[in-house]
Design a protein around this ligand. Structure first.
Ligand SMILES: [Zn+2]
Length: 296
């Protein structure tokens, strides 16, 4: 919150600065003591980062978390607190036997072997979950730095798979998954756009707009019945008011389209040119094109 308050007074940070601040000021607080508790996924801690991403993009809290994380190219914080927990376990198993933490760990492991559930049991489950059960059996990881790197990389790979699965299966991401296939930071975020332009772009990409396709979903209207009210009144046509219709065809936005869209491309079919257009917007004209999204 202090970061947002600072921005209101002194101007908005760009992507590198704001997430550097998050990683140095917020993440250490969120992951404090993760050596002890960091063996299980925490929705409360993850929600802090997703809320931060949504705030940075100017999105509502109801937007799908995967879309906010996807545009910012952020991995869940579990990559940090899982790693801290396993890092501490690695230190314990290589500690000399006369150290008290080592003796406590051996006692916990003995209890775990007898069937009791404790910290050692949870660490064992975490290692098995990510395919490192063999290091628990041998109680040896070899080179700690190399092992921790591999462990963190495995968590990141699993997070990527989970993110892909969420985007593919979520009803809110039907538009988003057409053009977003990789969990990486988007170019419109890194090119230092003013906040209102970044917000307009993010809102259109993440379906956080007031088109019927999204508003109708909130009201429980069937997808086929979410028609464009303007086209219904002006031309008596029942057309689905989705992102494609608003972008290319709706007469309501003809004036904005005449200024910006003919410079880029002319659509010939449904999704394919729309996706190509996104690519062009993001790679070539990202500094001026978001004006068109202020229609949403
Ligand atoms: Zn229309």
């Amino acid at each position: 919150m202090s970061i947002h308050r600072y921005q209101r007074n002194f101007g908005y940070f760009d992507y590198q600065d704001i997430f550097k601040l998050f990683d140095t000021m917020v993440t250490p607080v969120l992951c404090y003591g993760a050596e002890i508790w960091g063996y299980e996924f925490s929705e409360q801690i993850e929600s802090v980062q997703t809320s931060f991403c949504k705030s940075f993009l100017g999105l509502f809290r109801t937007v799908n978390d995967s879309m906010a994380l996807g545009d910012c190219g952020r991995y869940p914080l579990c990559t940090t607190y899982f790693s801290k927990c396993i890092s501490y376990w690695c230190r314990l198993i290589q500690m000399p036997n006369h150290r008290y933490p080592r003796n406590c760990y051996l006692m916990l492991k003995a209890h775990d072997d007898m069937g009791r559930v404790n910290w050692a049991s949870n660490v064992r489950n975490l290692l098995y979950k990510y395919g490192f059960g063999f290091v628990w059996i041998s109680q040896d990881v070899g080179d700690i730095t190399m092992f921790l790197y591999q462990f963190k990389q495995r968590i990141i790979d699993c997070c990527k798979q989970t993110w892909h699965s969420d985007v593919d299966t979520s009803a809110k991401c039907i538009h988003y998954k057409q053009f977003k296939t990789i969990l990486n930071v988007e170019r419109y975020i890194t090119c230092s756009l003013p906040f209102h332009m970044r917000k307009a772009m993010a809102k259109f990409r993440c379906s956080n707009h007031k088109l019927s396709i999204e508003v109708g979903r909130h009201d429980g209207i069937q997808r086929a019945l979410r028609i464009c009210p303007y086209c219904l009144i002006r031309t008596n046509q029942e057309v689905l008011e989705d992102e494609y219709h608003a972008f290319f065809h709706c007469k309501l936005y003809d004036d904005i389209r005449l200024i910006y869209l003919p410079l880029i491309c002319v659509p010939t079919s449904l999704w394919t040119p729309f996706i190509e257009l996104w690519v062009q917007i993001i790679t070539k004209r990202s500094t001026q094109f978001p004006y068109i999204f202020t229609i949403c």
